[in-house]
Design a protein around this ligand. Structure first.
Ligand code: C5P
Length: 326
């Protein structure tokens, strides 16, 4: 109260910071229908959140001039596990996290400038929804920081406006997305699944992979959820899940990046229960029987030289959550 009083008198500048941790996703089933009239594709998209996280820190200077008078509403900075990855994150208004902040501001009337810092472990343009995860985290952080009080349902609406994959990291765990992937229904997932991800140099733009899909699969049927996959998840059966993994975009990603075939083969050769391109790629995902098997797959795939590096993670994990704030 005293601080607020002094703030009103202009005697203190209250700095406020919120950090949100947000997971990557892997698609356990990505069934892609024919292109719709709006250019998007109808999907049945089974999202699974894994323990590979970005941290998004949003800081506002409550004493600063509102952006309309002087400063831009959002400034961005980025750091990450890999300088090469971090360097590929756009730091202008096209960044999804910046667009997320603008949407929260527009919806809530907030106008104090914010700084958004992205600490990235999720590969950039890697098919693990890193940009979408950062946008989801920015929605949660800005909502909290500005005291907008929008709540989960409104943030979901804003997420759907930002992109097909932005809603899922708000929810986390395991869910099936329909429509263009933004309409989510949670799926039962028992136990813990162990994953190895082979990260590639460079990214694959999602739009190009869908375009390649249309070229090589002009007769795509309507997508349908695989009941064997749903059963495997509910029973926590890693072997059955490995057999049921499927990604309709994989042939398109392989057509654009033929070298990924070697990556998938290396993981299969090392005993993976399932091996798929993650989303639109170029990250490859391997399901392991247990932690020991994951260690072995990661070592063999890394040693094969068929990827830039490997990381291990487990799923499912919860969605975007505030981990620090003051
Ligand atoms: O929605 P988002 O911005 O993530 O989509 C990126 C691109 O991926 C779209 O511009 C579109 O080319 C393609 N896409 C699609 N069908 C979907 C989702 C994405 O064709 N359901």
């Amino acid at each position: 109260l005293v601080e607020c009083f002094l703030y009103d008198l202009g005697l203190v500048t209250a700095m406020t910071t919120v950090t949100v941790r947000v997971p990557a996703k892997v698609n356990l089933q990505l069934a892609v229908g024919p292109p719709r009239a709006d250019g998007f594709h109808g999907l049945v998209n089974v999202f699974h959140a894994v323990s590979l996280y970005d941290e998004v820190t949003v800081t506002t200077d409550l004493g600063a001039e509102p952006h309309a008078q002087r400063r831009p509403l959002v400034t961005l900075s980025v750091a990450g596990d890999s300088a090469e990855h971090a360097a590929r994150v756009p730091l202008d208004g096209s960044n999804l996290a910046a667009r997320a902040a603008h949407l929260v501001a527009r919806r809530s009337g907030a106008s104090h400038p914010v700084r958004i810092h992205l600490d990235k472990a999720i590969p950039v343009a890697g098919g693990m929804a890193g940009g979408s995860a950062d946008a989801a985290a920015a929605l949660v952080a800005c909502d909290a920081l500005w005291g907008a009080g929008l709540g989960r349902a409104a943030l979901m609406e804003l997420g759907a406006e930002l992109g097909s994959d932005v809603c899922f990291p708000l929810l986390g765990a395991t869910a099936v997305g329909t429509g263009r992937g933004e309409r989510l229904d949670p799926l039962d997932c028992r136990g813990r699944f162990h994953w190895v991800f082979a990260l590639a140099d460079g990214g694959l733009p999602t739009g190009s992979v869908f375009a390649e899909y249309d070229r090589i699969r002009p007769d795509a049927p309507d997508p349908a959820l695989d009941p064997a996959l749903v059963r495997a998840l509910a029973e926590g059966d890693a072997r059955a899940l490995g057999a049921a993994l499927g990604n309709d975009l994989e042939p398109a990603a392989l057509s654009l990046r033929p070298g990924l075939r070697h990556t998938l083969d290396a993981g299969r050769g090392a005993g993976a229960l399932g091996a798929i391109v993650s989303g639109s790629g170029p990250t490859c995902a391997f399901l392991a029987a247990d932690e020991g098997a994951a260690e072995k797959i990661a070592a063999v795939v890394a040693a094969s030289g068929a990827c830039a590096r490997t990381v291990r993670a487990h799923g499912e994990v919860p969605g975007a959550a505030i981990v620090a704030g003051h």
